[in-house]
Ligand binder design. Structure first.
Ligand code: TYD
Ligand code: MG
Length: 468
C-alpha cells in the first residue's frame, strides 16, 4: 500500500491526480477536494477485468423477461410521527437507506431520538452516535421523555466495529448520527472526506440490503446547502430528506428530495418545543398567526404541497433604489420567477420597477416552487409600490403568463376550500379554471383573465371590500 494525494469531485466522485477548476467527468465547477488514498502497489488491470466480464456469462444474474417480473411488496414501519411518515410515503421501508440532512442545530438528532422511542415499541433500534457521548444522549432523551425500550446506543465511529455491533445487536432500524463522523481505518483520509463518506455509506447500504435493516443516515449540510462531502451520497441512498427551517424560529419542515418508495411532493411540518418536535397538523394556521393587518405589500396565497393545501403569506417591499443597478432579493420564491413577474408588471402595467429595489419574502421560511403563487407575488409587489393594502381577507391564486394573462392552476377546489376554512372571504382565481367547472366553496370567487384586472382589488386609502 502506498499513500497518495488525489483530488476527488464531490459531485460525481471522479478522481484526478491534480487540482482543476472544472471536473472533466461531470462538468461541475470548483467541486474537486483533496483526499488521501492508499493505492495497491500493483493494481490489477481494470481493463482486463472488464473485458472478461463482458465476454463471460458468469454467476446466475441473467436477464429476466419483463412479464416474469413481480411487483415489489415493501414492508413499511410507521415511525409514529405522521408528518414524517407522510414524507417517507407511509413509513420506513425494510432494507432501505434514508439520508436525513440539514444544518447543524436544526433538530435532526432530536427527531431521530423521538422516533427511536416510538419505533422501539415493536422494533429493535440501534442508535449510533459519533458526535455525542452516551451521557449527552441520555440528557436529551430524558428531556424528550424517551422510555428507551428496545433502544441500544452505540458511541463509535469505526465502521468495522459498528458492523460487528450490528451483527451482535441484530437491530431492525439503525440510525447513524452522522455519516461524516464514521471512518474506515483502511482508508487514509480523515473522517468526513469524500472517500470516507462514500465508502462508509456504501458499507451501511450493503448492510441494509443484506440484513434487511432500515438505515437512517444523518448528513450535515454545509453553507452552500449541499451535503458536505460528496453529493454522490444522494445518488446512493433510497430516499433523501431535507430538514429545513430558521433556527431562530420554531417551525421545521421536512421535505423529500428523492424517494424511491413514495412521492417527493409531500412535506411534513413540525414545531420545536421544550419537549422536542411536535407535529403541526394544520400548518396554515401556524403560518398565518400574527399576520400584519391592513398593511401594504402583503398577499396570501394557497400552495399545494403534495396532497395538502397550505396557506402562505408573501411579503414584498418595493423602495426607491440608491444603486445604479437596483437590488432584487428573494426568499422563498425562485429568483428567476421573480424577475419574470417584475418584467411582466413593468411591460404590461407600465410600472417603474427598474428604479426600485425589490425584496420578496415568504413568511415561515416556506419555499414556493409553484407558478400558482405568481399572482400573489404580483399583488404584493403592486400593493407595496402603490402603498395600498390588499384586503386581509383576500387570497390570490393563479399563474401569470408573459402577456400578463392569468393561467389556470391545478387543484383550485382544494385551495379555495382551505382558504375558506381559515376565514378568507375573497379568492382571486383564474377565469380559465371556472370556465370548465364551477367550484363550490364558502368563499366569494373573483375570477380574472389578466393582471390588468387586479389593480381595482387593492384598497384605496380607506380599507374597503372588493367588488366581485
Ligand atoms: P439537535 O437535535 O441537536 O440538532 P441537530 O442534530 O440537527 O444538530 O437540536 C437542535 C436544537 O434544538 C438545540 O439547539 C436545542 C433545541 N431543542 C429544543 O428546543 N427542544 C428540545 O426538546 C430539544 C431536545 C432540543
Ligand atoms: Mg445532532
Amino acid at each position: 500500500m502506498k499513500l497518495k494525494t488525489v483530488y476527488v469531485c464531490s459531485e460525481c466522485g471522479a478522481r484526478f491526480p491534480k487540482w482543476m477548476g472544472k471536473c472533466t467527468g461531470c462538468g461541475a465547477w470548483n467541486s474537486l477536494v483533496e483526499d488521501v488514498v492508499a493505492e495497491p502497489v500493483k493494481a490489477a488491470s481494470a481493463a482486463a477485468t472488464v473485458r472478461h466480464s463482458m465476454t463471460a456469462r458468469t454467476g446466475d444474474n441473467h436477464a429476466t423477461p419483463y412479464k416474469e417480473l413481480e411487483m415489489p411488496s415493501y414492508i413499511r414501519t410507521a415511525t409514529g410521527l405522521s408528518e414524517l411518515d407522510r414524507v417517507l410515503g407511509g413509513g420506513l421501508v425494510l432494507g432501505s437507506v434514508v439520508l436525513l440532512s440539514g444544518e447543524p442545530g436544526i433538530g435532526k438528532s432530536t427527531l431521530l431520538m423521538q422516533i427511536s422511542d416510538i419505533l422501539g415499541a415493536h422494533r429493535r433500534v440501534l442508535y449510533i452516535s459519533g458526535e455525542e457521548s452516551g451521557g449527552q444522549l441520555k440528557l436529551r432523551a430524558e428531556r424528550l421523555g424517551v422510555s428507551g425500550d428496545n433502544l441500544s446506543i452505540l458511541t463509535e465511529t469505526n465502521i468495522g466495529k459498528i458492523l460487528g455491533e450490528i451483527d451482535a445487536v441484530k437491530p431492525d432500524v439503525v440510525i447513524v448520527d452522522s455519516i461524516q463522523t464514521i471512518y474506515n481505518e483502511n482508508i487514509a483520509s480523515t473522517a468526513g472526506a469524500v472517500t470516507q463518506v462514500r465508502e462508509t455509506a456504501l458499507a451501511f447500504i450493503n448492510k441494509a440490503k443484506t440484513d434487511n435493516i432500515s438505515v437512517i443516515l444523518v448528513g450535515h449540510v454545509n453553507k452552500e446547502g449541499t451535503i458536505a462531502g460528496p453529493k454522490i451520497l444522494e445518488h446512493m441512498v433510497d430516499a433523501v430528506l431535507y430538514f429545513e427551517g430558521e433556527r431562530q424560529q420554531t417551525y421545521r419542515i421536512i421535505r423529500a428530495i428523492k424517494n424511491r418508495y413514495g412521492s417527493t411532493n409531500e412535506i411534513g411540518v413540525f414545531e420545536m418545543t421544550d419537549e422536542g418536535l411536535a407535529e403541526v397538523v394544520n400548518p396554515s394556521e401556524m403560518l398565518l398567526a400574527g399576520r400584519p393587518q391592513n398593511t401594504s405589500g402583503n398577499c396570501a396565497v394557497c400552495t399545494m404541497e403534495g396532497t395538502r393545501p397550505l396557506i402562505a403569506e408573501i411579503q414584498a417591499l418595493v423602495s426607491a433604489t440608491a444603486f445604479p443597478a437596483p437590488r432584487r432579493t428573494s426568499n422563498g420564491i425562485d429568483y428567476n420567477r421573480l424577475c419574470l413577474i417584475l418584467a411582466v408588471l413593468e411591460k404590461r402595467l407600465g410600472m417603474r420597477l427598474s428604479a426600485n429595489d425589490v425584496y420578496i419574502n415568504v413568511i415561515g421560511g416556506l419555499r414556493l416552487d409553484e407558478p400558482a403563487s405568481d399572482l400573489a407575488v404580483a399583488m404584493a409587489l403592486i400593493s407595496s409600490l402603490a402603498d395600498r393594502a390588499v384586503p386581509d381577507d383576500l387570497i390570490a391564486i393563479g399563474e401569470l403568463g408573459l402577456s400578463g394573462e392569468c393561467r389556470a392552476v391545478s387543484g383550485l377546489e382544494y385551495r379555495v376550500k382551505e382558504a375558506a376554512r381559515l376565514g378568507f372571504k375573497w379568492a382571486v382565481v383564474p377565469y380559465r379554471n371556472l370556465e370548465k367547472r364551477q367550484i363550490k366553496a364558502d368563499i366569494q370567487l373573483i375570477s380574472i383573465k389578466s393582471i390588468f384586472e387586479i389593480l381595482r382589488l387593492l384598497s384605496p386609502q380607506e380599507k374597503q371590500t372588493p367588488q366581485a
